[in-house]
Design a protein around this ligand. Structure first.
Ligand code: NAD
Length: 501
């Protein structure tokens, strides 16, 4: 059984709190390791290291910073499979999906290597006679990323690449469920040439999170996880004067118009609802066919596909989805599936009794795919996030009924519409009250040069992840007004300067 500790100022630091959390292999159900959970004092030591490393890194030329990112890109490509293997062992997602997790993360490093261009400020010459004005983007100082279990590579890389490229020091507080792969990033940053103390990892739970959200030396907190914790982190960090972006849970709807290509829709739904066992914040969890005929046809097409889903252990190349992350999460998802039936949804495919009999894997946290029909807006199993391999079909009479569902839902992360009609697609994209929209695209996760963020209870704070929003989040603007002595005396001025001269 292995142990994971902390990584502070360029080396592994053993946890001293005496508290540990278990690390499981969800494919087997075995505990394979334990992770140290930092005390307040240990977190404070990490913050001190990041604070000490900040000034020199902030003063490192932007081109040198970009080269570290460039090195990181090459290293991440080289290490992609090794990272994906560790990630899939602790998370349970299948290996090919884990490779995608690393890939989407390293794309942020690819974007961030262009930081010299992204940090260019603005310059206005001669705003008044002999006066020039310019603005520049300055790093904030110690920044923190708190990440969820479901993307152990992508989300730590979203945050750390942007923070570090902008000249900040960074502390990663990864999920305690799959901390090994995030810890591996520390060595890779070091190999890329990042000075010690600029990237640190502190493993922990609420104690670590609350410490970084209240410590005055931390200037910004980026969080991704469930909505109740996102709300808590946002409230605590902002009450303590920090910049904060906190992304939360989701319930993502796909609208299927009568003119949509149903074969394409069925393919898209199978991947988007059941891929990664539904443990994606951008998973489609609700399908909204418009019109009874479309709904009947779609459910008939989905049923055999859901029944035939290949569930298997994370390294099985044949498996389309792996186990859920922990026994607790499996029980939670099962509870929601039971609730949906009790609330009156029609169970079309029932994956609750799925048994995986492969030798050595009998105790893994597996669940088959489940499909419900005739789900209604008042049901609790619809209102809340399930985060498992299940799809709920809600039948809508027309476009207006359909667009109302995601717009009225408390979450507003992603949504998708399938149609061949440009007017309908355009109206949907413009009007739906959701932050990320796909048109004939099931999982519209923006690429690194755009920015990622939901609306309503799916995100708190004003700025999104990566893209230019990421640059803005990790920098503050300084504006300089400058006049060089010209021999002209303006005399003492007692009124506010205006543009009269
Ligand atoms: P989580 O909220 O349980 O944990 C996220 C982080 O918060 C972890 O680092 C964890 O250690 C910490 N944490 C947990 N409980 C805490 C507490 N009481 N006080 C302080 N910190 C605490 O989320 P999870 O289960 O790891 O991840 C799944 C959730 O994340 C889902 O709700 C999913 O939708 C969401 N998610 C959202 C996005 C997005 O961009 N909107 C992306 C990925 C995941």
């Amino acid at each position: 059984m292995f142990e994971r500790h902390h990584y502070i100022a360029g080396k592994i630091v053993e946890g001293t709190s005496g508290r540990f959390g278990p690390i499981f292999n969800p494919s087997t159900g075995q505990q394979i390791g334990k992770v140290a959970l930092a005390s307040k004092a240990e977190v404070e030591a990490g913050i001190a290291a990041a604070e000490a490393a900040f000034p020199a890194w902030a003063n490192t030329s932007v081109v040198k910073r970009a080269r570290v990112l460039q090195n990181m890109v090459h290293i991440l490509y080289r290490e992609k499979d090794a990272l994906a293997k560790v990630l899939s062992t602790e998370h349970g997602k299948v290996f090919s999906d884990a490779q995608g997790d690393v890939q989407r993360g390293l794309e942020t490093a690819e974007f961030a290597q262009g930081i010299p261009h992204l940090l260019k400020g603005e310059y206005s010459d001669n705003v008044s006679t002999g006066i020039d004005m310019y603005s520049m983007r300055k790093p904030l100082g110690v920044t923190v990323g708190i990440t969820p279990f479901n993307f152990p590579a992508m989300i730590p890389l979203w945050m750390s690449c942007m923070a570090i490229a902008c000249g900040n020091s960074f502390i990663l507080k990864p999920s305690e469920k799959d901390p090994s792969m995030p810890m591996m990033l520390a060595d890779l940053w070091k190999e890329a040439g990042l000075p010690d103390g600029v990237f640190n990892v502190i493993n922990g739970d609420k104690e670590a999170v609350d410490t970084v959200c209240t410590d005055p030396r931390v200037k910004a907190v980026s969080f991704v996880g469930s909505t109740p914790i996102a709300r808590h982190v946002y409230a605590t960090a902002t009450a303590n004067g920090k910049r904060c972006q906190a992304m939360g849970g989701a319930k993502n709807h796909m609208i299927i118009m009568p003119d949509a290509d149903l074969d394409q829709v069925a393919d898209a739904l199978i991947g988007a609802a059941y891929g990664s066992a539904g443990e994606r914040c951008m998973a489609i969890s609700v399908a909204v066919p418009v019109g009874q005929q479309v709904a009947d046809k779609l459910v008939a097409m989905l049923k055999p596909r859901v029944e035939a889903l290949k569930v298997g252990h994370s390294m099985d190349p044949e498996a389309e989805l792996g186990p859920l992350v922990t026994a607790d999460h499996l029980a939670k998802v099962q509870g929601y599936l039971d609730l949906a039936e009790k609330e009156g949804a029609d169970v079309i495919v029932d994956g609750r009794d799925f048994k995986y009999n492969m030798q050595g894997y009998e105790n893994g946290y597996y669940l088959g795919g489940t499909l419900y029909d005739n789900v209604k807006p008042g049901m609790r199993s619809y209102k809340e996030e399930i985060f498992g391999p299940t799809l709920q079909v809600m039948r809508a009479e027309n476009f207006e009924d359909a667009i109302h569902l995601p717009s009225a839902h408390e979450f507003g992360n992603g949504t998708s519409i399938y149609t061949r009609d440009g007017d309908t697609a355009r109206a949907y994209a413009n009007r739906v009250d959701v932050g990320m929209v796909g048109i004939n695209v099931p999982i519209p996760v923006p690429l690194a040069f755009h920015s990622f963020g939901g609306w309503k209870n799916s995100a708190f704070g004003d700025m999104n992840q990566h893209g230019m929003e990421g640059v803005r989040f990790y920098t503050k603007t300084k504006t300089v007004t400058s006049r060089w002595p010209t021999g002209i005396r303006a005399g003492a001025e007692f009124v506010i300067p205006t543009l009269n001269s």
